[in-house]
Design a protein around this ligand. Structure first.
Ligand code: HPA
Length: 270
């Protein structure tokens, strides 16, 4: 099966659910409870979608949940292939291209990140205004043709971002805005690396999201992204970093984050 056929098959399988999603939501650490808010849910495991990644590591195989969130048709992707697993940043290429083929207009990404802004404490949420591809690798390596030279000057849709900020304000949920630095991981950063990233003008650091944003922009989708701060970045607080710590903070803060996301989805004007 060629990659194009895999995308076609995957889109057909998702289309057979009878739901035509306008918005796709990628769930990151701490955002999992979003899936439980989806009504009239139809679940399709990644294993039935040939363009989607095989996950396996960590025990979760990944699935797409189609249904309605905030009253609108959505596809919720539980499970991301991270670049730190293989060193390759294109693990979600087929999945993102399938969403585009399905007619999805907006990719709403979520993740967990370390805060590099002393005012943005663990548990707070940041709207991505921009990113820095610290890794300097691309999921578009091996693409040919002029279309690969994707404009990234407004990668995170300013109009959708403004709407998200307005929804947060209406709900009384603080929503920070900032720049997300993508590092490869899987190790956390050193304090020296964090000083360097802060000097670059980034407020949050994480190991995901940027490859999918690039793929989505290449596929002409609009992108909105929210980061849940799970820790102060290395050297900024008197704590050691661990995945368990990240998970625990994410779990404690997820209710507010999930409520915000649902309201944002309900309120988006495309
Ligand atoms: N660094 C990188 N990725 C992360 C962090 C961090 O501090 N916290 C959650 N994801």
């Amino acid at each position: 099966m060629t990659p194009e056929q895999a995308i076609e098959h995957s889109a057909a399988r998702l289309r057979a659910s009878g739901i035509a999603p306008e918005i796709a939501i990628v769930l990151g650490t701490g955002w999992g409870p979003v899936a439980a808010r989806v009504q009239d849910a139809v679940d399709i495991p990644y294993g039935e979608l040939p363009a989607f990644p095989a996950l396996g590591v960590g025990g979760h195989a990944g699935q797409v949940r189609l249904g309605r969130l905030g009253g609108r048709p959505v596809a919720v992707l539980a499970g991301r292939k991270h670049a730190y697993e293989t060193g390759e940043p294109d693990g979600m290429k087929g999945a993102i291209r399938t969403l585009a083929a399905l007619g999805v207009q907006v990719l709403l990404q979520t993740n967990a990140a370390g805060s590099m802004d002393p005012a943005m404490a663990p548990g707070q949420i940041m709207l991505l205004r921009d990113h820095i591809n610290v890794v300097q690798r691309s999921p578009l390596f091996h693409e040919t043709g002029d279309h690969r030279f994707v404009d990234m000057s407004a990668a995170y849709d300013p109009a959708l971002g403004a709407q998200a900020l307005a929804v947060a304000q209406r709900l009384g949920v603080p929503l920070f805005e900032g720049v997300y630095a993508w590092v490869m991981g899987p190790q956390f950063e050193t304090p020296a690396e964090i000083r360097w990233l802060r000097g670059m003008g980034a407020q949050a650091v994480g190991m995901s999201t940027v490859p999918e944003t690039i793929l989505a922009r290449h596929a002409r989708m609009r992108v909105l992204a929210l980061s849940l701060m799970t820790n102060m970045a290395a050297g900024m607080a008197d704590e050691t970093l661990s995945h368990a710590h990240t998970m625990a903070t994410a779990q404690a803060a997820s209710e507010r984050a999930v409520g915000l996301l649902e309201a944002v989805v309900a309120g988006l004007e495309l």
